[in-house]
Design a protein around this ligand. Structure first.
Ligand SMILES: [Cu+2]
Length: 225
C-alpha cells in the first residue's frame, strides 16, 4: 500500500491526495446452497465517498460492449457520466441493443455482423439494463457511476482499491443474482483489510419485455443459449 506523507507529496509535487489509503480483501459469492462459486464473474465493487473528498470525475475511454456468441461481453461494466459506449457486433448473427429503464432510453436498431452502431453517450448515474430485441436471453448491466473507484471482479478473488483519499465510504457490492449489498468503510492512511460475502438468491435471468413492451415471440433457437 502506497502511503505518502504530506510533506513528501508536496516536495514531489504530486497531485495525489495527501492522505490516501487502500481497501482490499476477499469477496465470496455464495450460491443458493451456500456453496461458494468458483468465480466472481459479474460482481462489481463500488466505493462511494460519504465523508471523504469528492473525487475528480474524468470521462472514461470509450467502453466497448461486444456482442459475441449470442451474449454481451462484458456482461457487467461501468463508466462515468458523459462517457461513450459502443457495441461492436463480433458475432455471426444480427443483434440489437436497447434499454428502456433509464432517463434516456435508447435503441441501436438491428445491426449486422461486423457492424458497430453509433456509440451512445451516457448521462446520469444509475444502472442501465441492456437487452437485445432479437434474443430474449441476452442481457448486460452498465453502471454509470459518479465515483472513479469501481472494479468488476471477473477473474479476481476479491477487491483491491489503492490510493483512495482517507475518509468514510459506502462499499457497494452487486451481482445480477444478489442485488446490491452495502457496507460502511473507513479508509485511513494505510491498508484496510476486510472480507465480504454475497448470497445469490435472485433468479439467474430476470424476465423482461422487448423494446415494444411486448413479450418476445417464441424462437426455435431459444434453447441454445
Ligand atoms: Cu441478439
Amino acid at each position: 500500500m502506497r502511503q505518502v506523507a504530506p510533506y513528501a507529496a508536496a516536495l514531489l509535487g504530486w497531485a495525489a491526495p495527501l492522505w490516501a489509503g487502500g481497501l482490499s480483501g476477499p469477496v465470496k459469492l455464495l450460491d443458493r446452497n451456500d456453496k461458494p462459486r468458483e468465480t466472481l464473474k459479474d460482481v462489481i465493487a463500488i466505493l462511494e465517498p460519504l465523508g471523504a473528498p469528492k473525487p475528480t470525475l474524468e470521462k472514461r475511454p470509450m467502453l466497448r460492449i461486444r456482442t459475441v456468441g449470442k451474449r454481451f461481453a462484458p456482461r457487467v461494466a461501468w463508466t462515468t457520466p458523459g462517457s461513450q459506449v459502443s457495441f461492436p457486433n463480433q458475432d455471426s448473427i444480427v443483434h440489437n441493443v436497447f434499454s428502456v429503464c433509464c432517463t434516456v432510453p435508447f435503441d441501436t436498431g438491428q445491426y449486422e455482423p461486423g457492424d458497430t452502431p453509433p456509440p451512445i453517450r451516457v448521462a446520469k448515474p444509475g444502472l442501465l439494463k441492456l437487452y437485445c430485441n432479437v434474443h430474449h436471453k441476452m442481457n448486460a448491466f452498465l453502471w454509470v457511476l459518479d465515483t472513479p473507484y469501481a472494479q468488476v471482479l471477473d477473474g479476481k478473488t476479491g477487491l483491491a482499491f489503492e490510493d483512495v483519499p482517507a475518509g468514510t465510504y459506502r462499499l457497494k457490492l452487486w451481482h445480477p443474482e444478489t442485488g446490491e449489498k452495502t457496507f460502511p468503510v473507513t479508509i485511513g492512511t494505510g491498508a484496510v483489510h476486510g472480507e465480504w460475502t454475497l448470497s445469490a438468491n435472485l433468479p439467474a435471468f430476470e424476465p423482461h419485455k422487448n423494446k415494444f413492451g411486448k413479450d418476445y415471440p417464441p424462437t426455435k433457437d431459444e434453447g441454445s443459449y
